[in-house]
Each structure stands twice: as C-alpha cells, then as structure tokens.
Design a protein around this ligand. Structure first.
Ligand SMILES: [Zn+2]
Length: 205
C-alpha cells in the first residue's frame, strides 16, 4: 500500500496545485463528451493514451469490455451506459478492446474459467466475438489469432451497444456516435473499426 500512499502524497503536492482551478470547476458537476467502455485490464490507461483530463471521459470497465444484452438482471455496464447517454448526454460512445486480453483467451480456453463461476457467466457475452472474428493481421505475429478474435469482440460489443434502448433513442435523435477501437499494448497504437469498410484502420495515419 505504501506505493499508493506515496503516489497520493505526490498528487497532493505536485499535481493538484497545478490543476486546482480545473478541479474546483469539476466539483460543481461534470459534462463528459465521451463514454469509454473498456476492459478492466491494468495495462489500459485511457487518460494516458488519449491525453484526456479529469471530467473528459465517463468510463465503464469490466473484463472483456462487454456490453451485456441477454442478461435479465441489471448490470453495472448497461446501467452506466444508460446514465451516460440519457443524463450526461455524451456525444460519443467508444468500445475499446486491447491486445492480449485475458477475457478472449478464456473464451478460447474455457478450462481457465473452471473455478470462476461469475467470470464464466460474464464472459458468455464474448461468445459472439467468434461470429465477428476479423481477418488475421500478420503484424500481430504469434498473437494474430487472438488479436483477430479481440477485434471481433469489439464488433460484437458495438452491436450490443447499439441494442441498448438508451443508445437507440440517442441515435434516433442523432446526438450520439458509436465507435469501436482496438488498442495494441505493444505498439501503443489504436485502430478504429470502419463500419463502411468492415475492417480496422489506424486511428492516426
Ligand atoms: Zn482485457
């Protein structure tokens, strides 16, 4: 825990004073422009890779960056989406998958979930990834199969996102755009799913 306490001390002395007026403004409320739905993976740091600040991203995280559609129960991700779209009125919703994702590894090797009843049920929602698996990219090397499936999961979750009632409502009113991204931990690069070309292309040329 010492690492965290030291880190917080540094935040209070070095970071917070510089951003004080920004934080004071934010203390009154938030109006984030982007809903960012990503994996719980510790290697995905949205603010770091996007240069965003407090107040910018409204974030929903879960293993496998899943948007459940079949579950009858309420869940944290869809409740977060509903709030972001209906109350905060975010302009963009982004699903961001990432390389080396354990959720998709588990979808390939079910055995790894044997003693994880909750994770196993949650990850039923990534099964659709197989139906949307993307073409292999030689640049992904030995991980090409996994990466193609992770990209497929992004496409599957875009579909699930679009099926959310709040999202349908916002899309009909033309006040929301949906995006699908793949973040490569090794290169730091983000790819965006081009729905017209039906493939992933670099976010930055
Ligand atoms: Zn992951």
């Amino acid at each position: 825990m010492q690492k965290l306490i030291q880190g917080h001390k540094r935040f209070l002395t070095e970071v917070f004073p510089d951003k004080k007026s920004h934080f004071h403004l934010l203390a009154e409320g938030q109006s984030p422009e982007w809903l960012f739905i990503t994996c719980a993976d510790s290697r995905v740091l949205p603010d770091l890779i996007l240069g965003t600040e407090p107040g910018d991203l409204f974030i929903a995280r879960s293993i496998g960056n899943v948007v459940p559609v079949t579950s009858q129960d309420v869940d944290g991700v869809t409740a977060t989406i509903e709030y972001a779209v209906e109350v905060l009125k975010v302009r963009h919703a982004i699903i961001c998958g990432h390389s080396d994702c354990g959720a998709l590894k588990a979808a390939i090797n079910h055995k790894s979930l044997e003693n994880l009843p909750k994770a196993r049920r949650w990850l039923d929602h990534v099964e659709e990834a197989f139906a949307h698996k993307q073409p292999l990219n030689p640049a992904d090397g030995d991980s090409a199969e996994l990466a193609a499936l992770i990209r497929g999961n992004v496409v599957a979750q875009i579909k699930n996102l679009r099926a959310q009632p709040a999202v349908q409502h916002a899309l009909a009113e033309d006040r929301l755009t949906v995006h699908g991204w793949y973040y490569d931990i090794l290169t730091g690069r983000i790819e965006e799913y081009d729905e017209r070309l039906k493939r992933f292309v670099g976010l930055v040329a």
